[in-house]
Design a binder for this molecule. Structure first.
Ligand code: HPA
Length: 276
């Protein structure tokens, strides 16, 4: 068990979350104040990465949604901040250690299709790792998973199906599509976006894929939602900027949080953990 996991369980007096939510750029207000159990800064958790990007706060918040204990992670590392595999692995393995059964990942992404407009939400059904990087490179930690790990159901079908059902129930349109990760920090070129369209990609971004690889390695199921904050390069007439990402994500915040909370309220878990 990681040091950070032990520190967390000591601080929460062994209250363990069922589900973790990783909040991407521009998403901040998850819990109502009265539902917060404990707030811990990343600084208090050994080896947790200090976020360097605006819109990423660097704290975990434990709270309640109905009967479930939920842990929200405000802030993540990106490979464009400098590749440090531990800063990517630690938060996910920490979630495994403390007993999470599902991670809900959110991110901001650019849409490759004119029909998927800014303000839309896309459930990621698969990804292409275009970043040239895999966070599992290096010695394998056998306690968490095998050297060669399976990636044939990266965004868990069982939970994705439930998510789709809830979106329908609360009358929210969600898209399903393939996400492609670029390393960033520069945005893509129009030619890169054109190539991605040919490859069947629906949205592009600079995060999520490393976390999904690490979670799949330790058999921790994932669902992921992209907030479409802009049309990708060459489609948009505007220049792309992080400011636009943050502004657009804030506009969709209520909608995506409503979806996630309703999903959690009616969540049915697997009986047993998946075996890779
Ligand atoms: N490209 C990459 N990452 C992004 C984008 C984009 O267009 N929008 C938000 N994050």
């Amino acid at each position: 068990m990681l040091k950070s996991s032990k520190v967390f369980l000591k601080k929460t007096k062994n209250i363990k979350p069922d589900v973790a939510v990783i909040l991407g750029s521009g998403l901040t207000n998850f819990f109502e104040k009265k539902n917060i159990i404990k707030l811990i800064s990343y600084r208090e958790l050994p080896n947790f990465p200090e976020p360097t990007v605006k819109g990423h706060l660097g704290k975990v918040v434990l709270g309640k949604i109905k009967s479930h204990n939920i842990l929200c992670l405000h802030g993540r590392s990106h490979i464009y901040e400098g590749i440090n595999t531990n800063s990517l692995k630690t938060p996910i393995r920490f979630l495994k250690d403390i007993g999470c059964k599902l991670i809900i990942i959110t991110n901001a992404a650019g849409s490759i299709h004119k029909s998927i407009k800014p303000g839309s939400i896309m459930s990621i059904k698969d990804h292409i790792n275009w970043s040239g990087f895999n966070p599992l490179i290096g010695p394998n930690e056998d306690d968490y998973g095998p050297r060669f790990s399976d990636m044939s159901d990266p965004y868990d079908k069982f939970y994705r199906k439930q998510l789709k059902k809830i979106a329908k129930k609360i009358n929210q349109k969600i898209y399903e599509g393939t996400y492609c990760m670029f390393s960033g920090p520069s945005f893509e070129t129009p030619a890169e976006i054109k190539a991605m369209r040919t490859l069947g990609v629906s949205a592009v971004g600079m995060s999520t894929v490393p976390e999904v690889i690490i979670a799949n390695h330790c058999s921790l199921p994932v669902v992921a939602l992209s907030v479409i904050t802009n049309q990708a390069a060459g489609i948009s007439k505007n220049k792309l900027s992080h400011k636009e990402t943050l502004e657009q994500a804030a506009l969709v915040e209520k909608k995506i949080l409503k979806l996630i909370k309703n999903f959690i309220k009616e969540l049915i878990f697997y009986d047993t953990t998946r075996n890779n």
